[in-house]
Design a protein around this ligand. Structure first.
Ligand code: CMP
Length: 131
């Protein structure tokens, strides 16, 4: 996902460019606004965390871009491309280093395992929306 901060700050094009330049194929893509219920479901694993309510509020504050990306070793390589969750700790040149504002408004989300990539891809896209 490209999160509401990066969308509002005009970074959709630059982030998609970095993703494509990083060797990822875009399999599915959409521009949508989450509802509190859908954002809550997406981040349900974080339900007990102190930042959960604020995260749901932030993720519904504006439109986002959702995508399914394909590449050999995609999960690990995408996490390298985006950098650490906290942009202050993200390596120079990573997407979060370049475009994120804070640990919450951190520009992008990437799945943390192949299993979660499957679940999160299914959350946004039907079989007719993948190419
Ligand atoms: P993301 O990769 O989307 O997965 C969960 C999100 O929770 C994470 O990026 C951050 O935006 C957010 N997050 C994680 N830790 C914190 C924290 N300590 N404070 C606020 N938000 C956090």
């Amino acid at each position: 996902m490209i999160k509401p901060d990066a969308v509002a700050n005009g970074h959709i094009g630059s982030i998609l460019n970095d993703i494509i330049a990083g060797g990822f194929k875009i399999v599915a893509l959409k521009y949508i606004k989450l509802t509190p219920e859908s954002a809550g479901n997406f981040y349900a694993v974080h339900k007990e965390r102190p930042f959960y309510a604020d995260l749901v509020k932030f993720m519904t504050s504006g439109p986002i871009v959702a995508a399914i990306l394909e590449k050999e070793n995609a999960v690990e390589d995408f996490r390298k491309l985006i950098g650490a969750t906290d942009p202050k700790k993200a390596d120079e040149g990573t997407i979060r280093n370049k475009y994120a504002e804070s640990i919450e408004a951190n520009a992008v989300h990437g799945s943390d395992s192949d299993e979660n990539a499957e679940i999160e891809g299914n959350f946004y896209f039907s079989q007719f929306e993948r190419f």
